[in-house]
Design a protein around this ligand. Sequence first.
Ligand code: NDP
Length: 299
Amino acid sequence: MTDTHTTKRPLALLGLGDMGTVLARTWLAADHPLTVWNRTAAKAEALAPEGARVAATPAEAVASAGLIVLCLLDDSTVGSVLEGLDLTGKDVVNLTTGTPAEGRARAAWAAERGARFVDAGIMGTPAMVGAPDGGAYVLYSGSLPLFEEHRATLEVPAAARFVGEDAGHAALYDVALLSAMYGLFGGISHAFALIEGEDVAPKELAPLLSEWLGAMGFFVGSTAERLTSRDFTSGVVSNLAMQVAASGTLLRTAADQGVSPELISPYLDLMRERLEADPAAHGGEDTAGALTLLHRRSR
Ligand code: NDP
């Protein structure tokens, strides 16, 4: 970055938990004029030697800069911290994790107060944020003019990806990615549980598991294509009928090993339900067809 100190615009950061503190340090290290506020003042004061200006109240922090960054526990904390403050003409960037509905409601709330607003989802841990090549990035959605104006500043701690002007979309992408992660964690946990008590060290399984999960990553792109075309049968190499039959092996092995199937059975049940609804129509499908059942369940 070629900015000099004088061209870097001041920002205020409210919330100095594990994530907020790392964010603050990356902006300070990059020589950005930064005002910080935190409920527990000691965390803010600890940053003063690194160049942070410490605000005594949220109002003082908000008044100090045009760009207001929030990294608080949750959306209700954002509401309570900013309650009654004058946000007229401010640019508010909310790095606090929330739901899509909360992102949209907070955007409307900010607009009513005369502020531009961008919601965000941090994809990374504090250790990844601010570390060179740490791999973290932040999803942003909402006001594109705000994002473009402050992009260079926002990219100091982590790469920035703007995913649309619907303020709910950053949270939607964030939750979609995290939900997929937990499904993956569930499968990995089941795999390790299967070998416990056998003469197999976890470190022997680990490289094979990593390699296999990488190879199965094709399912992301192929599912996206099938959902777009609504064609679940063309070019299928491992059809649903075969996979449902094979799933019995997974369940019997889990039973033999004394392992609960609870982490994998929901997906296997969904495949079976799709097949049993119409074996002739669905037996030749890819398993991606099974996910069409999910929406019906939640409505
Ligand atoms: P922490 O629990 O470490 O920090 C929470 C922050 O919220 C602190 O600044 C805390 O203040 C403040 N806070 C909590 N309750 C209140 C309240 N009632 N009034 C005022 N301030 C309050 O969380 P993180 O810093 O880890 O996370 C912050 C946000 O970042 C969350 O939305 C989280 O989901 C998100 N995030 C975190 C990741 C992580 O790995 N840590 C990864 C991706 C996103 P105080 O210091 O006084 O307690």
